[in-house]
Design a protein around this ligand. Sequence first.
Ligand SMILES: [Zn+2]
Length: 75
Amino acid sequence: MKFLLLLGVLGLLWWVWKKRQRSVGEQVPPPAPAAENMVVCAHCGVLMPESDGLKDGLLFYCSEAHRLAAGSTKH
Ligand SMILES: [Zn+2]
């Protein structure tokens, strides 16, 4: 009798988990990871996604330090 109750609880938990997983999948479409533009750091040449880079005019930098370093050599 106790075993049946445990089985029922586990079945209910599985059903809730399945239902939740499916509703999440329906609401949020999978993002496209390869769609992002890749840019090159103007100071060291490292490749990075556009959202990770620091934009300075037409150029991109991998970090604030490289943006400042490139800026100081320019002037
Ligand atoms: Zn860099």
